[in-house]
Design a protein around this ligand. Structure first.
Ligand code: 3UK
Length: 537
């Protein structure tokens, strides 16, 4: 393979081969040529096949881009990067914007030019952007004008980031003005299949952020596995959802996967359960991607959703409680597709389609991946035993210059940090994050199981369960509960919820302490931050 990278920073900072996971390319669709540019495959090939007139991206306010439109925009951006801003292949380009068409065009522009796209969550402040820019040695940035202040503040202290252009900017210095001076054609850089094309930062909650490295081939592998074998979308599907494109759940679900089949995607800057219904109606959306908690909120509009075009719904990012699956099915008639993915593995690796869904289980290892549960000794444990989830497939963890590679990858396996059990049929059942397991009076208790029991109570909107220190038992189970409006919150309610839990799961797991709260702490990707609850006791 001939790397196209002139700037070799990414290759120089790959984990040493001995610390990389084993990669499996077992399926025929995972045989990739030595030279591969994923933008050519996902975008230019569609136009070359005569399908440039198909709708690719829509957005509120009537904007509609065909594949040919997106290609022209991305080509102009690639030309600006190379001709105006001196980008050479291998440079890292920061992308910062809410989900909108120009962000998608910028992503493809960077990839076409052989650059490495580093998309950041739109809510990041200067203080959080700095370590990202520093760690990825960012040289260029394309940023939504509305997020300019934070980027300027971050860049002031980091001289390496020299070239910034702002988009969704009508002014003479904006990216759009520069694009208008460039041709709408561009010869994509002939990258190697194993040239890095994205750096995805983990939504990690502590320490210096970790940057995961993904190759052109990894992007194509993600498109070839879960979408093709589990979701099975059609060319006339219209994708919609909430995860930011900076989160690989959103990048795949709301950009790469629709494009891999010639479908279209709706990019919403403000995506919340409150405005999904209207957007689904306006755009005729058929496939929805969001997190379990959104499905709980959105279920209230189930009757209205039944009358829409919506036909497939994907849940990921956090464990899907059986109560939420049931609530959604009763409200909308649609069986959720659950899937566990990780930034380190790019996208989903265990999942089940509607016909194979089992309440309380995430699913089975998807075609292309193998998964098992390992015990303390690093050996697989028998079915039904809880241990550490281990995965291998065509994608896997490569932390950019990071000691923590050793803890995520062991003996060729990717260890996701999740405690799981596999049943006799090969279904994987989520228990908890490995370090969230509660140990009370010698019992191992998985917080999410207790959460699942509480969520089945009609007055519980949301909840989080943690272990808090206890002199007698080591830890006791404590629940933080957000009640539905107008529910009582006195000692009788505490007792009622405790009794309710004892009826559905082993009584020793019941929450000995319950605190009613107005909301729960969450990350930008919507994950519960149990550590913050632990800090406050
Ligand atoms: C947890 C789940 C149970 C689990 C992601 C789909 O969430 C994604 O990536 P992150 O790096 O977090 C990974 C961790 O999140 N998790 C995600 N999905 C599930 N736990 N059931 C699930 N269905 O702890 C995992 O290790 O933020 C999800 C696609 C791409 C992604 N990056």
């Amino acid at each position: 393979m001939a790397s196209a990278h002139v700037d070799t920073f990414a290759r120089d900072n790959l984990p040493p081969p001995a610390l990389q996971p084993e990669f499996l390319f077992t399926l025929p669709e995972l045989q990739f040529p030595a030279q591969l540019n994923c933008a050519t495959e996902l975008l230019d090939a569609r136009v070359a096949a005569g399908e440039g007139g198909r709708t690719c991206i829509t957005a509120p306010g009537g904007l509609r881009w065909t594949y040919a439109d997106l290609q022209a925009q991305a080509n102009r951006i690639a030309n600006v990067l190379v001709n105006d801003l001196g980008l050479v292949p291998g440079n890292r380009v920061l992308l910062s914007a809410p989900n909108n068409p120009m962000l998608a065009a910028a992503w493809f522009g960077v990839i076409k030019a052989g650059g490495i796209a580093v998309a950041t969550m739109p809510l990041l402040r200067a203080k959080e952007l700095k370590p990202v820019i520093d760690k990825a040695r960012i040289t260029h940035a394309l940023c939504d004008l509305r997020l300019a202040d934070e980027l300027k503040a971050a860049a002031a202290a980091l001289p390496m980031l020299r070239h910034i252009r702002y988009f969704n900017d009508a002014g003479p210095d904006g990216l759009e003005a520069a694009m208008a001076r460039q041709p709408a054609t561009f010869n994509n850089v002939d990258t190697a299949a194993d040239d890095t094309c994205i750096l995805a930062f983990t939504s990690g909650t502590t320490g210096v952020p970790k940057a995961t490295m993904h190759f052109h081939r990894d992007v194509m592998a993600a498109c070839a596995c879960w979408p093709r074998h589990v979701l099975r979308p059609r060319a006339d599907d219209v994708f919609i959802g909430s995860p930011p494109l900076a989160f690989t759940f959103g990048l795949g679900g709301l950009l790469l996967f629709p494009m891999a089949v010639g479908a279209s995607t709706v990019l919403l800057e403000k995506a919340s359960p409150e405005n999904f219904l209207e957007a689904i109606r306006e755009h005729g959306a058929t496939v929805l991607f969001t997190a379990p908690t959104s499905y709980r909120v959105l279920a209230a509009q189930g009757a209205a959703l039944r009358g829409t075009t919506l036909r497939q719904c994907v849940s990921a990012g956090e464990a899907l409680p059986a109560a939420t699956r049931a609530l959604w099915r009763e409200a909308t008639g649609i069986e959720l597709i659950d899937g566990i993915g990780a930034t380190e593995l790019l996208h989903i690796f265990i999942s089940a389609d509607e016909a194979h869904a089992r309440p309380g289980a995430t699913g089975k290892a998807i075609p292309g991946y193998v998964a098992c549960v390992l015990g303390e000794d690093g050996q697989p444990v028998p079915a039904g035993t809880v241990g550490r989830l281990a995965v291998k497939g065509p994608t896997g963890c490569r932390y950019l210059g990071d000691e923590r590679q050793k803890s995520y990858v062991q003996d060729g396996w990717n260890l996701t940090g999740d405690a799981y059990l596999m049943d006799a049929d090969g279904y994987f059942h989520y228990q908890s994050r490995t370090d969230d397991m509660i140990i009370s009076a010698g019992y191992n208790i998985a917080g999410p199981e207790v959460e699942g029991a509480l969520l089945a109570h009609p007055q519980v909107a949301e909840c989080a369960v943690i272990g808090v220190p206890d002199a007698e038992r080591g830890q006791i189970v404590k629940a933080f509960v957000v009640l539905r409006p107008d529910s009582p919150s006195g000692p009788e309610q505490v007792k009622a919820l405790q009794d309710f839990v004892k009826q559905s799961i082993a009584p020793y797991k019941y929450p000995r302490a319950i605190e009613f709260v107005a909301d729960l702490p969450r990350t930008g990707t919507g994950k519960l931050q149990r550590f913050r609850l632990r800090d406050q006791g």
